[in-house]
Design a protein around this ligand. Structure first.
Ligand SMILES: O=C(O)c1cc(=O)[nH]c(=O)n1[C@@H]1O[C@H](COP(=O)(O)O)[C@@H](O)[C@H]1O
Length: 305
């Protein structure tokens, strides 16, 4: 099961970090782009090579990466080639890949999304789902029938899903914090996560249905941690969105596990702040972030190692 492999890698690397692979041509160093263009590189190759520099510099320090599909879709077919190649390469380097696709639709279409990213699609005896990954993000606000399609695939194949619970953006409260029958809407999502989780418990006592909860809402993070104690939390919002180590510790359990903290821009574009090349800067940024989170976990007696 991916959840157990994930925890194994967290322990091996002593890190709770997910590096977000959100490539944007206009944010990459000009000399990197112009060199690639001179060499005749395709757009997909430029995007992939950028990600490869990051992966090569951090794969021994972190358990997972998270490519957000929008940053590939916006570059058309070339972008999606880079998405496919990035997933494959990250897996080859021993990383867990969380594809941030935020999918969901009516049941039959959810099934197609699930096939695309977690399940199997055969044509003429060959697997053709190029984007097969370890875990995906899901938008649960369409209801349980849409989520169940993904759950069938993870039960069969061992993958993981992370349901959006309390997102990191400014207006996430407009709907997610609304109260109905004395409960916030996101609390209903937590209850549904607990009900979905049967039969997905791994050997480390965490199940395969995780939740996305932003670092930018620290007190909600702490509440959600208690509502879904056996779920792994994916916590974006560290760094570029203002989240700090002290904000994310409430997402962890007493066993020192239970949360993966994502940073994308703060790591992949760290060369702007650190002034070394893309890879070296990303490595320094990851080490700093690891130290920050681990130190804060020590302060609250949740440091595992
Ligand atoms: O599902 C996500 O990962 C996600 C959920 C959320 O509530 N907030 C959030 O920022 N994200 C994603 O996490 C990443 C954050 O990027 P940075 O702000 O650059 O670290 C982006 O890929 C976002 O799409």
């Amino acid at each position: 099961m991916i959840i157990d492999k994930l925890i194994e890698k967290v322990d091996l690397k002593k890190s709770h970090i997910v590096v977000g692979l959100d490539p944007r041509i206009e944010l990459m160093p000009e000399n990197f782009i112009s060199k690639k263009i001179r060499e005749g590189a395709s757009l997909s190759n430029i995007l992939f090579e950028f990600n490869k520099k990051i992966i090569d510099s951090v794969y021994d320090l972190v358990p997972a990466v998270k490519p957000q599909v929008a940053y590939y879709e916006m570059y058309g077919i070339e972008g999606m080639i880079a998405f496919r190649d990035t997933i494959k390469y990250a897996k080859e380097k021993g990383l867990i890949v969380i594809s941030d696709v935020k999918r969901s639709d009516i049941g039959s279409t959810s099934k197609a999304y699930s096939n695309a990213h977690l399940g199997k699609v055969l044509f003429s005896g060959k697997q053709v789902n190029d984007f097969k990954t370890d875990a995906v993000t899901i938008n649960p606000y369409l209801g349980s029938d849409t989520v169940k399609e993904f759950i069938e695939d993870i039960k069969e194949d061992g993958g993981m899903i992370f349901l959006l619970v309390k997102t990191s953006n400014k207006s996430s409260g407009e709907i997610q914090d609304r109260i109905s029958n004395n409960k916030k809407i996101y609390e209903y999502v937590c209850a549904s996560i607990n009900s979905f989780a049967d039969d997905t418990l791994g050997k480390n006592n965490y199940h395969s249905i995780g939740a996305v909860t932003g670092a930018t809402y620290s007190s909600e993070l702490s509440q959600i941690r208690k509502l879904i104690p056996r779920s792994y939390l994916l916590v974006p919002g560290y760094g570029a969105q203002g989240g700090k180590g002290s904000d994310v510790v409430s997402g962890f359990n007493k066993d020192g596990l239970g949360a993966l903290v994502n940073s994308s821009r703060g790591i992949i574009y760290a060369f702007n702040r650190i002034g070394k090349n893309i890879g070296e800067s990303a490595r320094i940024a990851v080490k700093e972030m690891n130290e920050d989170i681990n130190l804060n976990l020590k302060n609250v007696n949740k440091y595992r190692w």
